[in-house]
Design a protein around this ligand. Structure first.
Ligand SMILES: [Zn+2]
Length: 231
Protein backbone atom coordinates (compact mmCIF):
# COMPACT_ATOMS: atom_id res chain seq x y z
CA UNK A 1 0.00 0.00 0.00
CA UNK A 2 1.40 3.38 -1.00
CA UNK A 3 1.76 6.18 1.53
CA UNK A 4 -1.15 8.12 0.05
CA UNK A 5 -3.33 5.02 0.11
CA UNK A 6 -2.43 4.56 3.76
CA UNK A 7 -3.36 8.16 4.49
CA UNK A 8 -6.63 7.79 2.62
CA UNK A 9 -7.45 4.68 4.63
CA UNK A 10 -6.48 6.48 7.81
CA UNK A 11 -8.84 9.29 6.94
CA UNK A 12 -11.69 6.84 6.40
CA UNK A 13 -11.08 5.33 9.80
CA UNK A 14 -10.87 8.80 11.34
CA UNK A 15 -14.20 9.76 9.76
CA UNK A 16 -15.77 6.58 11.06
CA UNK A 17 -14.33 7.32 14.49
CA UNK A 18 -15.76 10.81 14.37
CA UNK A 19 -19.22 9.53 13.41
CA UNK A 20 -19.21 6.92 16.14
CA UNK A 21 -18.00 9.46 18.68
CA UNK A 22 -20.88 11.75 17.70
CA UNK A 23 -23.29 8.88 18.05
CA UNK A 24 -21.90 8.15 21.50
CA UNK A 25 -22.27 11.80 22.51
CA UNK A 26 -25.89 11.81 21.36
CA UNK A 27 -26.62 8.64 23.30
CA UNK A 28 -25.03 10.14 26.39
CA UNK A 29 -27.10 13.30 25.99
CA UNK A 30 -30.26 11.26 25.74
CA UNK A 31 -29.24 9.17 28.71
CA UNK A 32 -28.91 12.25 30.90
CA UNK A 33 -31.97 14.05 29.53
CA UNK A 34 -34.56 13.77 32.30
CA UNK A 35 -36.17 17.19 31.77
CA UNK A 36 -39.70 15.85 31.19
CA UNK A 37 -39.59 13.70 34.32
CA UNK A 38 -38.11 16.49 36.47
CA UNK A 39 -40.79 18.91 35.22
CA UNK A 40 -43.61 16.46 35.97
CA UNK A 41 -42.19 15.75 39.42
CA UNK A 42 -41.99 19.42 40.28
CA UNK A 43 -45.54 19.95 38.99
CA UNK A 44 -46.71 17.11 41.24
CA UNK A 45 -44.90 18.59 44.25
CA UNK A 46 -46.52 21.97 43.76
CA UNK A 47 -49.98 20.45 43.28
CA UNK A 48 -49.52 18.44 46.49
CA UNK A 49 -48.59 21.64 48.30
CA UNK A 50 -51.73 23.34 46.98
CA UNK A 51 -53.80 20.38 48.11
CA UNK A 52 -52.30 20.46 51.60
CA UNK A 53 -53.03 24.17 51.85
CA UNK A 54 -56.68 23.76 50.79
CA UNK A 55 -57.16 20.82 53.16
CA UNK A 56 -55.84 22.92 56.04
CA UNK A 57 -58.30 25.68 55.14
CA UNK A 58 -61.07 23.11 54.92
CA UNK A 59 -60.23 21.74 58.38
CA UNK A 60 -60.17 25.15 59.98
CA UNK A 61 -63.50 26.05 58.32
CA UNK A 62 -64.93 22.83 59.79
CA UNK A 63 -63.65 23.73 63.26
CA UNK A 64 -65.07 27.23 63.01
CA UNK A 65 -68.40 25.77 61.93
CA UNK A 66 -68.36 23.34 64.88
CA UNK A 67 -67.69 26.25 67.24
CA UNK A 68 -70.60 28.23 65.84
CA UNK A 69 -72.93 25.25 66.05
CA UNK A 70 -71.80 24.56 69.61
CA UNK A 71 -72.58 28.17 70.53
CA UNK A 72 -76.07 27.84 69.03
CA UNK A 73 -76.66 24.59 70.94
CA UNK A 74 -75.63 26.22 74.21
CA UNK A 75 -77.97 29.19 73.72
CA UNK A 76 -80.79 26.93 72.55
CA UNK A 77 -80.54 24.82 75.69
CA UNK A 78 -80.55 27.99 77.78
CA UNK A 79 -83.63 29.19 75.90
CA UNK A 80 -85.58 25.96 76.22
CA UNK A 81 -84.48 24.97 79.67
CA UNK A 82 -86.80 27.64 81.12
CA UNK A 83 -84.09 28.97 83.45
CA UNK A 84 -84.19 32.38 81.78
CA UNK A 85 -87.38 34.19 82.64
CA UNK A 86 -86.35 37.73 81.77
CA UNK A 87 -88.07 38.55 78.46
CA UNK A 88 -85.42 41.11 77.46
CA UNK A 89 -82.70 38.54 77.91
CA UNK A 90 -84.75 36.02 75.92
CA UNK A 91 -85.09 38.45 73.06
CA UNK A 92 -81.32 39.07 73.10
CA UNK A 93 -80.55 35.38 73.11
CA UNK A 94 -82.86 34.81 70.16
CA UNK A 95 -81.19 37.64 68.30
CA UNK A 96 -77.80 36.12 69.04
CA UNK A 97 -78.95 32.74 67.69
CA UNK A 98 -80.20 34.42 64.54
CA UNK A 99 -76.83 36.14 64.03
CA UNK A 100 -74.95 32.90 64.65
CA UNK A 101 -77.14 31.00 62.19
CA UNK A 102 -76.46 33.47 59.44
CA UNK A 103 -72.71 33.15 60.18
CA UNK A 104 -73.15 29.36 59.98
CA UNK A 105 -74.81 29.71 56.57
CA UNK A 106 -71.92 31.77 55.26
CA UNK A 107 -69.34 29.41 56.75
CA UNK A 108 -71.10 26.43 55.17
CA UNK A 109 -70.86 28.08 51.76
CA UNK A 110 -67.15 28.68 52.27
CA UNK A 111 -66.69 25.07 53.36
CA UNK A 112 -68.54 23.71 50.32
CA UNK A 113 -66.37 25.85 48.06
CA UNK A 114 -63.23 24.53 49.73
CA UNK A 115 -64.43 20.94 49.50
CA UNK A 116 -64.97 21.21 45.77
CA UNK A 117 -61.55 22.86 45.34
CA UNK A 118 -59.96 20.00 47.29
CA UNK A 119 -61.70 17.49 45.04
CA UNK A 120 -60.53 19.30 41.94
CA UNK A 121 -56.90 19.40 43.09
CA UNK A 122 -57.05 15.76 44.19
CA UNK A 123 -58.02 14.83 40.62
CA UNK A 124 -55.13 16.88 39.25
CA UNK A 125 -52.68 15.25 41.68
CA UNK A 126 -53.91 11.84 40.58
CA UNK A 127 -53.40 12.65 36.88
CA UNK A 128 -49.95 14.14 37.44
CA UNK A 129 -48.88 11.22 39.65
CA UNK A 130 -49.87 8.84 36.85
CA UNK A 131 -47.89 10.92 34.38
CA UNK A 132 -44.84 10.83 36.67
CA UNK A 133 -45.14 7.05 36.89
CA UNK A 134 -45.41 6.73 33.12
CA UNK A 135 -42.40 8.99 32.57
CA UNK A 136 -40.41 7.00 35.15
CA UNK A 137 -41.17 3.76 33.35
CA UNK A 138 -40.21 5.30 30.01
CA UNK A 139 -37.02 6.67 31.55
CA UNK A 140 -36.04 3.27 32.88
CA UNK A 141 -36.76 1.61 29.55
CA UNK A 142 -34.75 4.25 27.75
CA UNK A 143 -31.85 3.80 30.15
CA UNK A 144 -31.83 0.11 29.36
CA UNK A 145 -32.08 0.43 25.56
CA UNK A 146 -29.64 3.32 25.35
CA UNK A 147 -27.29 1.65 27.79
CA UNK A 148 -27.08 -1.35 25.48
CA UNK A 149 -26.63 0.86 22.43
CA UNK A 150 -23.92 2.79 24.25
CA UNK A 151 -21.87 -0.28 25.04
CA UNK A 152 -22.20 -1.47 21.44
CA UNK A 153 -20.92 1.85 20.12
CA UNK A 154 -18.12 1.84 22.68
CA UNK A 155 -17.01 -1.58 21.49
CA UNK A 156 -16.93 -0.40 17.87
CA UNK A 157 -15.08 2.75 18.90
CA UNK A 158 -12.44 0.73 20.71
CA UNK A 159 -11.95 -1.40 17.60
CA UNK A 160 -11.63 1.69 15.38
CA UNK A 161 -9.15 3.25 17.80
CA UNK A 162 -7.08 0.10 17.58
CA UNK A 163 -7.20 0.21 13.78
CA UNK A 164 -6.34 3.88 13.82
CA UNK A 165 -3.32 3.41 16.05
CA UNK A 166 -2.10 0.51 13.94
CA UNK A 167 -2.39 2.55 10.75
CA UNK A 168 -0.87 5.66 12.32
CA UNK A 169 2.17 3.79 13.58
CA UNK A 170 3.06 2.67 10.08
CA UNK A 171 3.14 6.24 8.76
CA UNK A 172 6.11 8.58 9.00
CA UNK A 173 5.53 10.99 11.92
CA UNK A 174 6.23 14.04 9.78
CA UNK A 175 3.69 12.98 7.16
CA UNK A 176 1.26 12.17 9.95
CA UNK A 177 1.75 15.70 11.28
CA UNK A 178 0.90 17.20 7.89
CA UNK A 179 -2.17 14.98 7.74
CA UNK A 180 -3.32 15.99 11.23
CA UNK A 181 -2.76 19.67 10.54
CA UNK A 182 -4.78 19.51 7.32
CA UNK A 183 -7.60 17.67 9.03
CA UNK A 184 -7.64 20.22 11.79
CA UNK A 185 -7.59 23.28 9.54
CA UNK A 186 -9.49 21.99 6.51
CA UNK A 187 -11.62 19.21 7.92
CA UNK A 188 -10.29 16.84 5.27
CA UNK A 189 -6.66 15.99 4.55
CA UNK A 190 -6.78 13.60 1.61
CA UNK A 191 -8.93 14.18 -1.48
CA UNK A 192 -9.48 12.21 -4.63
CA UNK A 193 -8.57 13.46 -8.07
CA UNK A 194 -11.40 12.73 -10.44
CA UNK A 195 -11.40 13.58 -14.16
CA UNK A 196 -8.22 15.53 -13.57
CA UNK A 197 -9.80 17.74 -10.89
CA UNK A 198 -9.00 18.02 -7.22
CA UNK A 199 -12.20 17.05 -5.37
CA UNK A 200 -11.23 19.39 -2.55
CA UNK A 201 -11.38 22.60 -4.57
CA UNK A 202 -12.36 21.47 -8.12
CA UNK A 203 -9.29 23.04 -9.68
CA UNK A 204 -7.66 21.12 -12.54
CA UNK A 205 -4.53 19.37 -11.32
CA UNK A 206 -1.49 19.62 -13.64
CA UNK A 207 -0.79 16.27 -15.34
CA UNK A 208 2.70 15.96 -13.85
CA UNK A 209 1.23 16.41 -10.36
CA UNK A 210 -1.51 13.83 -10.61
CA UNK A 211 0.87 11.37 -12.26
CA UNK A 212 3.18 11.64 -9.27
CA UNK A 213 0.21 11.27 -6.96
CA UNK A 214 -0.91 8.20 -8.87
CA UNK A 215 2.55 6.75 -8.43
CA UNK A 216 2.00 7.10 -4.66
CA UNK A 217 4.01 10.27 -3.98
CA UNK A 218 2.79 12.71 -1.41
CA UNK A 219 1.52 15.59 -3.52
CA UNK A 220 -0.50 18.46 -2.10
CA UNK A 221 -2.92 20.42 -4.27
CA UNK A 222 -1.36 23.78 -5.15
CA UNK A 223 -4.70 25.47 -4.59
CA UNK A 224 -6.22 23.92 -1.44
CA UNK A 225 -3.13 22.15 -0.01
CA UNK A 226 -4.99 18.87 0.45
CA UNK A 227 -3.15 15.63 -0.26
CA UNK A 228 -4.08 14.26 -3.69
CA UNK A 229 -5.17 10.66 -4.00
CA UNK A 230 -5.73 8.66 -7.16
CA UNK A 231 -7.08 5.12 -7.05
ZN1 LIG B 1 -7.46 21.29 -4.31
Amino acid sequence: MSLVEQLYKLQQVDLELQRKQQELNEIENQLSDDKALVAAESKLASQKEQLEDKRKKQRSAEWELDDLQEKVRRIDSKLYSGTTKDSKELVNLEKEVKGLKSQIGLKEDVLLGLMSQVEEIEAKVKTTAEEVERLKREWEQRQETLGQRKSEVETVLAKFRGDRNGLGQRIDPEVLNTYERLRLTKGQAVVKVERGKCQGCHITVPTSQWQKAKAGDLIQCTSCSKILYLE
